[in-house]
Design a binder for this molecule. Structure first.
Ligand SMILES: Nc1ncnc2c1ncn2[C@@H]1O[C@H](COP(=O)(O)OP(=O)(O)O)[C@@H](O)[C@H]1O
Ligand SMILES: [Mg+2]
Length: 367
């Protein structure tokens, strides 16, 4: 029996969450509703997740002693962000089950490894090439063409660590400005829309996908998600099937998100995988108010060794992120009929910082 199949929590048990952002906070709140406790590990004393748990470990990810104590105080460990250092994950996994498996981090922390993995499954992505120098960048541009997007292989999020290269740009300059040694060049995808699938997989291999979400980004940051996505049933089924195949291939336990591009074509629209997030995802926040079971609860159920829920969507749902200064409008949202306001309790509203979100549910057909 694999390690992950052995985890079976009971109410009152404790989940360790690595990372203290809003995703950890909402995971802990979902766990509390199921009678489960959480201990959060984060180096940042201002972590939003610390506010909602009784037990927290505030220490660096390199603090071996703190990691060991944390592991010994919990019954299973999960994470809310994919950049958990490999060495920390290894220390934790030596003491407690880490779900999803820490090796999945190695695939999803690196855009090149992730794209190779998806491609090997026979799933399409944008054309891409490994880039590690101005010379390899020139060769990649010659093969892929322009415009194209140059992305650091690791640590990118919310559009950070990526740059659009247009015809006429100087590749040497672009390479220098990105300031990395390892990157990938991706063909620019002229997408008609962006969608995502939030999928949950249990230790016994059951997969439940939420309805496909349509995502609108502003300055590379998710601004609005709408469910259901305005795509055909056939395309939606294809998107869910892609998420399921990725989850199965990773022997995944928990919730993952697959971001996809919908591209128009002569034979109808097709979909390409953009990226895989091995965690709950911003485009799944609508499930908190728009479905009978949220992405957070599905994740908790999966890592607890419990049965997944069969989520029922309550209607047409819109989720709007409150980014940076937009948090100052929270009081206006309080009076909007049907709006549910979520604030993350973060301090300074720096530009681009996700401060909260609002969900609005319209019973199907009454939009
Ligand atoms: N190859 C591409 N073609 C067109 N747009 C892209 C491409 N790659 C990224 N983008 C845009 O930038 C956004 C962020 O890029 P993504 O690769 O998802 O990085 P992250 O979300 O980790 O910052 C995407 O949601 C999309 O809007
Ligand atoms: Mg993304």
């Amino acid at each position: 029996m694999t390690d992950q199949a052995r985890v079976k929590l009971k109410p009152g048990d404790t989940i360790g969450i690595v990372g203290g952002g809003q995703l950890g906070r909402m995971l802990a709140m979902a766990a509390a509703r199921l009678g489960l406790r959480c201990r959060v590990f984060s180096p940042d004393p201002d972590s939003p997740a610390f506010d909602v748990v009784a037990n927290a470990t505030c220490a660096e990810y390199a603090d071996v002693e703190a990691l060991e104590l944390f592991a010994s105080d919990v019954d299973v460990i999960t994470y809310e962000f994919e950049n958990v250092p490999a060495a920390s994950a290894m220390i934790l996994a030596a003491r407690r089950s880490v779900l999803p498996d820490r090796q999945i981090l190695e695939t999803t922390q690196d855009r090149l490894i992730e794209k190779d993995f998806v491609t090997k499954l026979g799933i399409q992505t944008a054309d891409y090439a490994d880039v590690s120098s101005p010379q390899t960048l020139r060769a990649a541009i010659a093969r892929i063409g322009l415009p194209a997007v140059l992305k650091t292989r690791r640590f990118g999020y919310d559009g950070k660590g990526q740059t659009l290269i247009r015809a006429g740009d100087d590749p040497d300059r672009v390479w220098e400005d990105l300031g990395t040694k390892s990157a990938i060049l991706e063909a620019f995808v002229p997408f008609e829309r962006e969608i995502s699938v939030i999928a949950a997989r249990s230790a016994d291999g059951n997969v439940e996908c939420f309805d496909v979400t349509e995502n609108e980004h502003r300055d590379h940051i998710l601004k609005v998600s709408r469910v259901p996505a305005a795509i055909s049933d056939a395309l939606a089924a294809q998107a869910r099937d892609i998420a399921r195949r990725i989850a199965d291939a990773l022997d995944y336990v928990g919730v993952l998100a697959v971001e996809l591009f919908v591209v128009p074509g002569d034979g109808g629209s097709k979909i390409l995988v953009n990226e895989v997030a091995p965690r709950v995802h911003n485009s799944g926040h609508w499930t908190l108010d728009g479905a009978s079971i949220s992405q957070f609860e599905q994740h908790i159920r999966a890592i607890a060794g419990w049965q997944l829920g069969k989520p029922v969507r309550y209607g047409d749902v819109t989720m709007t992120n409150l980014i940076g200064d937009e948090i100052n409008s929270y009081a206006d949202w309080l009076g909007v009929p049907g709006a549910t306001v979520h604030l993350y309790g973060k301090g300074a509203p720096r530009p681009g910082r996700k401060m909260g979100h609002v969900t609005q549910v319209a019973p199907a057909g009454q939009k």
